[in-house]
Design a protein around this ligand. Structure first.
Ligand code: FES
Length: 527
């Protein structure tokens, strides 16, 4: 009989070890992922992001070429390896990287918009833990994001938020972006991906119920908003038409099902999934447009969701143009050499005064890296000081070694990553404005959605050209609009008609088909 290899995974924080068994020839990252052990994996196991770090403290893992590219000689001697490149052939004890992604700060806040009465109705209510609530009805709204998930428990019919649950999307072990997940799904991992997210969502639902003394039978309905790929991976739909021609979803329109169909529970709670405008502009954006009230506005408004896929929409109640840009993960600290997500210790604010650089970290913990807002602010400050020129080049004195911050190095490649991301957004906005046939001045409001946008310093974002200068005074950070839109559907079933109206009036613009896109993109690379 085949002898199984045993990997002891040490959890130094919780002082708890987990034993994982695997066959010889199996991949360590995949084994850790299927054992629900949380580990970074931005590139989906291609050995390029250098984030799936483990430290071998007993036993041995061979050093691979990718290990050599990711670690110094002393780190390699210290046992550091990339889990995605490791195929253990003996029992080992390992420690997962200390950058714990379970501590992510997930934005669930939604700002009230002064001109939008419906938007301002979302209230957070303290929930008295009494059993009288058992007789009442509740609902759960879910924002199913590529990086994080957020659940809001609401009362009914008011839709007031009673409590929230947030977590990392556990599918992240198959890659940080939708392209990696589609690839994993197409390579036979669809069931694992679906199982991972279903388990995490059910955990969130049960935790919210337990914490608030609400039985699952008291939950009347669940509404989920997510991008098209996340919805496919939740439902277990094949993803092979998402990333290649015909770029079509497996199913169009509202998806209605019962909770027992995906959560393996006996209760049959109705679940509604908000439809998207296209494969690239998903239900999270439809929900966002609804939450910002664009479907009721007379004057054109701009909506920008700054994430891995930068989705942009421009329109009013009569006509909406929408697009998606491949902004990449730089806004979430991804593909940045010293980048991290929004975790405690992430540098989130940077300022440069009187020749001195200072920074703030999340929860004021010792710096562990730069999150997206930290990257934007650092570049903005270095531009201001002339340490980066308008083409994005670091001054000669920093070009080879990078710019030092908190014992780390911010290197030339990191600036390029941010330039690519902001050029994608800048060119996308420009094309939508031109296609709509208006000028920037005619845009009435600019809604900046998403967790990254919520903490963004609009002026610094304008300084690097992420937000057009002409629009900075009109910009408002609106937080998690995907969650807000899901709550609207919970509060008012007539919202379904509004969502259908948004989809009917929306038209997708494919940026790559637009003449001159490449030239525009190159122009927006500059600062
Ligand atoms: Fe291993 Fe990216 S290097 S997941």
């Amino acid at each position: 009989m085949e002898k199984r290899i045993v990997i002891r995974v040490k959890d130094s924080i919780n002082n708890k070890d987990t034993l994982v068994s695997m066959s010889k020839g199996e991949n360590l990252l995949e084994t850790l992922a299927s054992s629900k052990l949380s580990i970074f994996s931005e590139c989906g196991g291609r050995g390029t992001c250098g984030k799936c770090i483990v430290k071998v403290v007993e036993g041995r893992l061979k050093i691979t070429l990718q290990d050599k590219a990711s670690f110094s000689t002393s780190e390699l001697e210290g046992g550091y390896r990339l889990a995605c490149m490791a195929y253990p052939d003996m029992d080992c004890t390992i420690i997962l990287s200390s950058r714990r992604n379970t501590d992510y700060k997930v934005v669930t806040e939604t700002l009230n918009h002064p001109t939008n009465t419906e938007y301002s109705k979302i209230k957070e209510t303290s929930h008295p833990h009494t059993l009288t609530y058992e007789k009442k009805a509740y609902a759960i709204a879910i924002d199913l994001g590529t990086t994080t998930i957020a659940l809001a428990l609401t009362d009914l019919p008011g839709g007031n938020i009673l409590d929230k649950y947030t977590a990392i999307n556990p599918q992240r072990v198959y890659g940080a972006d939708v392209v990696s997940r589609i690839k994993a799904s197409n390579e036979g991992k669809l069931n694992s991906l679906a199982l991972l997210i279903r388990e995490e969502l059910l955990k969130g639902i049960l935790k919210l119920g337990e914490k608030n003394q609400i039985k699952i039978e008291s939950i009347d309905n669940i509404v989920i908003a997510g991008n098209t790929t996340m919805i496919h991976l939740l439902m277990g739909y094949p993803c092979n038409t998402l990333g290649t021609f015909p770029f079509a979803p497996y199913k169009d329109g509202f998806i209605n099902l019962l909770s027992d169909e995906i959560f393996g529970i006996s209760e049959k709670i109705p679940i509604t999934l908000i439809p998207g405008i296209s494969v690239f502009v998903g239900g999270d954006i439809t929900a966002g447009l609804l939450a910002c009230g664009i479907n009721r506005e007379d004057k054109p408004c701009l909506f920008i969701d700054l994430g891995t896929n930068g989705e942009i929409a421009l329109g009013n109640r009569e006509r909406i143009l929408a697009t998606s840009t491949a902004a990449g993960p730089a806004f979430e600290g991804g593909n940045i050499s010293c980048g991290v997500g929004s975790i405690p210790g992430a540098i989130c604010h940077v300022s440069y005064e009187e020749g001195k650089l200072s920074y703030k970290t999340i929860n004021e913990e010792p710096a562990v890296g730069l999150c997206g807002t930290g990257v934007v602010e650092l570049i903005s400050e270095l531009l201001k000081e002339g340490i980066i020129d308008s083409s994005g080049l670091l001054k000669d004195s920093y070009f080879d070694e990078g710019y030092p911050i908190a014992g780390m190095k911010f290197i030339q490649k990191d600036i390029r990553e941010l330039q690519l991301a902001k050029a994608a957004i800048g060119a996308g906005v420009d094309i939508l404005v031109k296609s709509y046939g208006i000028s920037y001045e005619e845009i009435d409001k600019v809604f900046i959605a998403g967790g990254f946008g919520y903490h963004l310093d609009i002026n610094k974002a304008a300084m690097i050209g992420l937000i057009p200068e002409a629009l900075t005074r009109k910009a408002i950070a609106v937080g998690n609009t995907s969650l807000a839109g899901a709550i609207y559907l919970i509060k008012d079933s007539d919202t379904k008609n509004k969502i259908e109206h948004i989809i009917l009036t929306a038209e997708e613009v494919h940026l790559s088909n637009v003449e001159g896109f490449n030239e525009l993109f190159m122009r927006y690379m500059s600062f």
